[in-house]
Design a protein around this ligand. Structure first.
Ligand code: SF4
Length: 285
């Protein structure tokens, strides 16, 4: 069997860095909590909890002596100020790409100019970015919202890092017509599109494509659909136990990809199970 693992499968750089930061912090025996869940993967959350790291919903839940880990989404400046005012120690695992957007927003809006964010208003990354603006902020989820908003004459536009490129372009087309002096900062992160593109290419060549990730994770679902459209034998599994018996033969070309919240160890377990299964099958032949 020929087995290929996607180079962009699983965690993006920012999430990997934040998770590693948390596990490193757990080794120091300083009690730590994360501000909001670090990752949407039940198996990884469980592993973090076993290492002594759990999530709190707000700084009010932080107990004396606990250190707060700021996740890759980043936070508003107010969170740092509140930590300092209350003497709460923190470890900042904000993704550097997101921190760069904070800086763009902070410097552009210093004089009070408006910032437009193409993204979802409730997304924690967008909430964090908005907090760095010194002037008005407009959050525009789509072109329709951009048409309906009372926009200023001058503004800078940035994007939530995970928003689809087409959506950003649609909003931008409206903004170019409606905002006289528009500064554009294209801040979409390549991690999501690289993973999708690679999965599409792998599934075109594979006999069996395995997508590892949570069934209710939207990016995993999208990966699955992309692969399924190119490879009819595409399997979506959350854990190695989900792999159906006899799904592979020794001559199959198998490729594996994984959603953004799938940890490497889970991916490795799935790979090991596939290899063990086909080894057994060929021994029987
Ligand atoms: S900006 Fe990119 S690398 Fe950073 S956390 Fe978001 S998706 Fe991951």
């Amino acid at each position: 069997m020929e087995l290929t693992i996607g180079k962009h499968a699983g965690f993006c750089f920012g999430v990997r860095r934040a998770v590693q930061t948390a596990f490193d912090a757990a080794k120091t025996e300083v009690p730590c909590v994360t501000l909001g869940p670090l990752i949407h993967n039940p198996q990884e959350v469980e592993r973090l909890e076993r290492a002594g790291i759990r999530a709190v919903a707000s700084l009010d839940e932080v107990e004396p002596g606990q250190t707060v880990i700021i996740r890759s989404h980043g936070v508003t400046p107010d969170v740092y100020a509140r930590c300092e005012a209350r003497g709460i120690r923190y470890i900042d695992a904000t993704c550097p790409h997101v921190a760069h957007i904070h800086e763009l927003v902070r410097t552009y809006s210093e004089g009070g100019d408006a910032v437009l964010i193409v993204g979802e208003a409730e997304h924690p990354e967008v909430v964090g970015i908005a907090g760095w603006a010194a002037g008005p902020v407009f959050i525009l989820p789509d072109a329709q919202a951009a048409r309906a908003a009372q926009l200023p004459r001058r503004a800078m536009v940035v994007a939530q890092t995970t928003i689809r490129r087409e959506r950003f372009e649609e909003v931008l087309a409206v903004l170019r017509e409606r905002v006289g002096e528009l500064t554009v900062r294209m801040t979409i992160c390549a991690a999501t599109s690289q993973r999708q593109q690679e999965a599409g290419e792998l599934s075109r060549q594979a006999d069996v494509m395995v997508v590892v990730g949570g069934r209710n994770s939207s990016n995993t679902q999208k990966l699955y659909e992309t692969c399924r459209a190119r490879c009819p034998r595409t399997l979506l599994v959350e854990t190695p136990e989900d792999l159906p018996e006899g799904a592979f033969s020794a001559t199959d070309r198998v490729a594996i990809t994984a959603g953004a919240s799938t940890p490497q160890w889970l991916l490795d377990q799935v790979r090991a199970r596939i290899e063990a299964g086909t080894a057994q099958d060929s021994a029987k032949e």
